[in-house]
Design a protein around this ligand. Structure first.
Ligand SMILES: [Fe+2]
Ligand SMILES: [Fe+2]
Length: 309
């Protein structure tokens, strides 16, 4: 049965090789891609096959099938260890149980739909719609736990990075000076929306001033005129940390080492500047710096080579 043994061995090796990228991505992204319902029957099936091959005297097939089964065990362990990779955000967002009044809901919808429209054709994985949605969720949670105005914090979260669309697509915004920071561009774009767009007449002047302040200073840890300003900054920091923060970091730095080291240092700085107890607690509970510590270790170790006299 030599040819059968060789054929099974070759096919099993090809199947094992096809799994390597999956294992590698699971490790680097700290994600368990494979659902238990897929991995557990596969592991059991492969070990049963392994026993059958052994009983038939197919030695190579037994060894290779055993190795393939073990790789599936590793996929199973990744799922157990890392979960589905979005659990961190889900864990936080699942705690948000906030009901808005009808008027507040209308204000929220006016802002949300405008942000959605802005990013609909200008997809930005790092600072686009998804980021705004997550930051709005974190801001809502923090504001509700801190007894602050949940609506204002949520609106600030949705709006804070609209200037990124101007920065990324200057051709769509010819009247803007794109040499300015995205914070300033966010501020100026929101001013324009407030002046020109009828749907924002639902907001009061006080609310508009507060939001303009929040956007303009979402980089400045001393700009605390409004609770929504520092809640927004805490929420923004949370989304820049943890597993999602690391994915955004990779998409942003695109392998540029100098940029990566600067961004890593900034993450450590952020830990000392969380303002609210809720954000500090989320940081501690979810150990948000861990992915960045691992990334830092990986980068530094990669740079060490032997020395010569
Ligand atoms: Fe920003
Ligand atoms: Fe942001």
């Amino acid at each position: 049965m030599l040819w059968q043994d060789l054929t099974i061995t070759i096919v099993s090796i090809v199947l094992s090789l096809a799994m390597l990228p999956q294992l590698y991505h699971g490790y680097t992204q700290k994600k368990g891609h494979m659902h238990h319902a897929t991995s557990i029957p596969t592991v059991l099936g492969l070990y049963v096959l392994c026993f059958v091959y052994f009983s038939l005297g197919l030695l190579f097939s037994t060894i290779v099938t055993f190795l393939t089964g073990t790789m599936w065990v590793l996929l199973l362990l990744q799922r157990v260890r890392y979960g589905d990779g979005v659990s961190c955000t889900k864990k936080v967002h699942s705690k948000v149980d906030i009901s808005f009044s009808k008027e507040e809901q209308q204000k929220l919808e006016a802002v949300q739909s405008k942000v959605q429209e802005l990013f609909a054709t200008r997809t930005d994985k790092v600072h686009g719609f998804d980021h705004a949605e997550r930051v709005a969720g974190y801001a809502a949670l923090i504001a509700s736990q801190e007894g602050s105005d949940v609506l204002m914090a949520t609106l600030a979260g949705w709006l804070h990075d609209i200037g990124r669309a101007v920065e990324e697509h200057p051709e769509d915004f010819p009247t803007f000076d794109t040499k300015k920071t995205h914070h300033e561009l966010s501020y100026e774009l929101l001013q324009k929306w407030f002046r020109e767009d009828e749907q924002f007449s639902i907001l009061t002047d006080e609310e508009k001033i507060e939001l303009l302040y929040d956007l303009r200073y979402h980089w400045n840890d001393e700009a605390d005129d409004y609770a929504s300003a520092y809640i927004l900054r805490d929420a923004d920091k949370i989304d820049g940390l943890g597993d999602i923060g690391l994915q955004r970091h990779h998409a942003h730095t695109k392998g540029n080492l100098k940029k990566a080291y600067m961004a890593l240092r900034l993450r450590y700085e952020w830990l000392y500047h969380f303002k609210t107890d809720t954000a500090k607690r989320i940081n501690e509970d979810l150990d948000l710096i861990r992915p960045f510590q691992e990334e830092r270790t990986r980068l530094l170790k990669k740079e060490i080579t032997s020395v010569e006299l």
